[in-house]
Design a protein around this ligand. Structure first.
Ligand SMILES: NC(=O)c1ccc[n+]([C@@H]2O[C@H](COP(=O)([O-])OP(=O)(O)OC[C@H]3O[C@@H](n4cnc5c(N)ncnc54)[C@H](O)[C@@H]3O)[C@@H](O)[C@H]2O)c1
Length: 351
């Protein structure tokens, strides 16, 4: 299976390739050699991924002639912290990493975000490679160059746009993902279908989907959006479909509702709001599809509770908020409205 892979080119402020296929981890050394040349590599990973694949990635890179070291953070969102950022930067400095050495972020979105931000900051920027190991990281966080950590005031509030030199996604590594974490990624996959690709949406009707084909299609969609709007001033907003409401639900639940589960609920709320704004009503087929993937779509919060959190959304511009609403299952629109309208729509649809 190692020969079956897809290569997708991204041309943003830096150009790089995204390689997607079963067994690609074994070829990581070969993939990075022409990009990094001779250098030292620090592999950043988390405790779960380390237990499963830590020895493997080190021996693959060592066998390709790299001098490799490893830094392991505890698994979980709490690790995307300023403390871990500084500790990892300090680790690089104590190991005398220079500007020509590189970071490999090996894990899910937490590792990818922390690794990318560290790479952007260490010595004002060193090369880094993303090796995503979750479905969400493969289709979303490893693509597009957004990096961040969380601070006590909120998630992802400190970050940078910083593009990797390569993304190498071994789709086989997802075999060990717990079902709920894999399902979180499925919410993002379905999101891509709804916002921009009716063909992808149609292909998701009977789970499970073909992993390599589907990840590649999602990456192409995100690539196209990022190339048009790298710094998130317009079209990139489409990727937030379901996220404004989803983030509010995640926060209100104190993160007991996972990101993907919250986005699934958020997409259904957005689909309910759409007809109130003169757009199509796609709620039923979308909710049916999400249920087939095992998502619970109930919203345990009131309109006022959601609205209170949405008011602190970092996407808010003054008194207006832009919602992503479906026109059809395969096309979404950015609809800016006064924040008070968001409240009245929420009151109209939530019990
Ligand atoms: N930068 C961006 O554009 C962007 C986009 C979306 C999300 N994000 C960020 O991504 C993060 C969420 O990413 P995530 O869902 O990948 O979470 P995560 O990195 O916490 O990974 C989820 C869990 O899966 C485990 N895991 C990872 N790979 C595994 C594997 N192959 N087998 C078994 N277990 C494995 C991890 O140890 C962790 O426990 C959030 O912090 C979010 O803010 C960033």
């Amino acid at each position: 299976m190692t020969n079956l892979y897809k290569k997708i080119k991204v041309s943003a402020s830096g150009s790089y390739e995204i390689i997607i296929g079963d067994g690609q981890l074994a070829r990581l050394g070969e993939h990075v050699r022409p990009l990094l040349g001779d250098c030292r590599i620090a592999v950043l990973t988390d405790s779960n991924v380390d237990a499963l694949y830590g020895d493997r990635i080190l021996s693959i890179l060592s066998a390709s002639g790299y001098d490799v070291c490893k830094y392991v953070i505890p698994a979980g969102e709490a690790s995307k912290s300023a403390e871990n950022l500084l500790a990892f930067l300090d680790f690089l400095a104590r190991n005398r990493f220079t500007r020509s050495d590189a970071i490999v972020a090996f894990g899910g979105g937490v590792v990818g975000d922390l690794g990318g931000l560290s790479a952007s900051l260490y010595l004002r920027g060193v090369p880094y490679v993303q090796v995503p190991t979750t479905l969400l990281a493969a289709v979303d966080s490893s693509v597009g160059g957004k990096t961040a950590i969380d601070i006590p005031a909120g998630k992802n509030l400190v970050g940078a746009f910083y593009q990797p030199r390569l993304v190498c996604c071994d789709t086989q590594l997802m075999d060990t993902l717990p079902a709920d974490i894999y399902r979180d990624g499925c919410a993002e996959v379905i999101k891509y279908g709804v916002i921009l690709d009716a063909g992808l949406y149609a292909s998701l009707q009977t789970p499970p989907f073909d992993r390599i084909e589907t990840v590649a299609r999602c990456v192409e969609i995100k690539r196209d959006v990022v190339q048009e709007d790298e710094f998130d001033n317009g079209k990139r907003g489409l990727l937030n479909f379901g996220h404004t409401f989803g983030h509010a639900i995640e926060k209100l639940s104190n993160f007991a509702v996972s990101h993907g589960a919250a986005v699934a609920k958020g997409m259904v709320i957005a689909a309910k709001v759409a007809p109130l704004c003169g757009l199509a009503d796609v709620e039923k087929p979308l909710a049916d599809l999400l249920s087939r993937y095992g998502f619970d779509l109930g919203c345990p919060y009131t309109a006022e509770q959601l609205y209170d959190v949405i008011l602190s959304d970092k996407k808010r511009r003054g008194g207006r908020l832009t919602l992503v609403l479906p026109r059809s299952l395969g096309e979404c629109e950015l609809v800016a409205m006064p924040v008070e309208d968001v409240l009245s729509h929420l009151k109209a649809i939530l019990p």
